[in-house]
Ligand binder design. Structure first.
Ligand code: UD1
Ligand code: CA
Length: 471
């Protein structure tokens, strides 16, 4: 079998999505829908994918270039006149390479993201050098799909669109999922013969089935169909179907991870984007979202309700419930949360502790240091073995610029202190609770900056006596 070229149709607007975003760019597990469809055809062995674009073509092309580079080519269909017309645009596109290609052309739909590469490979193998092969499926409710009409031997002789079906044909539950393999020379000839004398006034790609069936002379060139699993052939026309498809693809990701040794307590309630990596023996509790490109190390535990995006969690780390983190790294055996917020550029070293209601941003925290309770550390450089007490604030912003706070190894910052950056607290130094530190603190020193305490004996009852008559 010669190498295949794929054509993926994605020119439609997706009106039923009722969305500003083009249908094929709606994200599913962190990737635009069209990435899934194009990934499948390339993984199936197609040398190139020619994507037919039209509606919002600049955005669709940019999204595809970003992931697939030169492995995708584009054909423009300005005026959508049907799926047959769309494939004609692909054949005529100068850099698609289909003008004189006589090998297999794998045609699929950009809104059919669940199909697996191995299924497409099976279709390519079954079709071989025949003019026309297709996937097929059976549906209890075939509404909206083209129906397969078969001869006495069960060979497909035509695909009838719903709107062109007679009452008898409407009842057929054997449907066209919209995935085909068509030999290049036959494709060009049959496309040129398409007519739009049908209920929708369109050029139907599906008419190729009847053309191939009529031209067949024997077993080796008759139409073949490969029955497919429903879960793979689901198309997305509206948001409800998008949700269904998302669940199918998420289940697939989670199953693969679980088989690889990841402890996923409740797969239906665990949301992991396709480009995340989770090591064996890591645990993910219900309600966890891993977005973008997270990497979770072996033995790490991401507990209930954590939402992480582009976060690296090293081996043995524990993210307690409801930690929210972006573009950050968590070192081995570190403990974070519950209810912590790691903003971009937070780099937590080994055995670091960041406790409840703490916010970190663009701060490196060295081994064994602790930021335990209700603190804000932004634009910081924190050494090893540092203790940042409850309610400490790094005052990093003067209204114009951000400044750095540096805490050297072993520094101890008492609770409720404010460190007004730029400022450095030297190694082993103490800052007394409730201090406002505006000047550098030398190593080994104690900084206190608060009014001396005065106790006025008996003041409280005198005050009460004075206030009483006024009530
Ligand atoms: C098509 C099939 C139908 C099949 C169904 C499976 C035809 C005539 N019918 O119907 O037999 O059961 O898919 O889902 O092929 N597109 C273009 N340009 C166009 C028209 C469509 O690029 O001019 C693209 C759309 O963006 C979409 C895909 O082709 O990605 C399918 O088009 P759609 O209008 O949804 O076809 P269906 O009516 O679903
Ligand atoms: Ca469709």
């Amino acid at each position: 079998m010669s190498d295949a070229i794929a054509v993926v149709l994605a020119a439609g607007k997706g009106t039923r999505m009722k969305s500003e975003l083009p249908k094929v760019l709606h994200p599913i597990a962190g990737r635009p829908m069209i990435h899934w469809a194009v990934d499948a055809v390339l993984d199936a062995g197609a040398t190139r994918a020619v994507v037919v674009v039209g509606h919002a073509r600049d955005a669709v092309e940019a999204a595809l270039r970003a992931r697939f580079g030169e492995r995708v080519a584009f054909a423009v269909q300005d005026d959508p006149r049907g799926t047959g017309h769309a494939v004609r645009c692909a054949v005529e596109a100068p850099d698609a390479g289909l003008g004189d290609f006589d090998g297999p052309v794998l045609i699929s739909m950009g809104d059919c993201p669940c199909v697996r590469p191995e299924t497409l490979r099976a279709l390519l193998a079954a079709t071989g050098s025949r003019p026309f092969g297709m996937m097929s499926s059976r549906l209890d409710d075939p509404t909206g799909y083209g129906r397969l009409l078969r001869d006495a031997d069960g060979t497909v002789v035509a695909i009838r669109e719903q709107k062109d079906c007679s009452a008898d044909e409407q009842a057929v539950k054997d449907v066209n999922p919209g995935i085909y393999v068509v030999r290049g020379d036959f494709l060009r000839r049959a496309l040129s013969e398409l007519r739009d004398d049908n209920a929708q006034g369109e050029l139907y790609l599906t008419d190729l089935a009847a053309t191939a069936a009529a031209a067949a002379t024997g077993a080796e060139d008759r139409v073949v169909d490969v029955p497919g699993d429903l879960g793979e052939l689901l198309g997305v026309n509206d948001r409800s179907q998008l949700a269904t498809v998302r669940a199918v693809l998420q289940a697939r990701i989670n199953e693969t991870l679980a088989r690889g040794g990841v402890g996923i307590v409740d797969p239906a309630a665990t949301y992991i984007d396709a480009d995340c990596e989770v090591a064996p023996d890591a645990r993910l509790s219900p309600g966890v979202h891993l977005r973008g490109r997270c990497r979770i190390g072996p033995g790490a535990h991401v507990d209930v309700g954590c939402v992480l995006e582009d976060v690296e969690v090293a081996a043995g780390a524990y993210l307690k419930p409801y930690t929210v983190a972006n573009e950050s790294t968590v070192g081995p055996d570190a403990k974070v949360g519950p209810f912590a917020h790691l903003r971009p550029g937070s780099e937590l070293g080994p055995k670091v502790k960041v406790g409840n209601f703490c916010e970190t941003k663009k701060t490196r925290i060295g081994e064994g240091s602790s930021v335990g309770h209700l603190a804000y550390v932004g634009d910081g450089e924190i050494g090893r073995g540092v203790n940042v007490g409850a309610g400490v604030i790094f005052c990093n912003y003067d209204g114009y610029r951000k400044h750095v706070t540096t805490l050297e190894d072993g520094a101890f910052i008492g609770s409720d202190s404010q460190l007004v950056a730029p400022v450095t607290v030297g190694a082993g130094a103490y800052v007394a609770s409730g201090s406002t530190v505006t000047r550098d603190v030398p190593a080994d020193a104690l900084a206190v900056s608060r009014a001396k305490q005065v106790n006025k004996e008996g003041y409280a009852s005198r005050l009460k006596a004075r206030m009483k008559p006024k009530e």
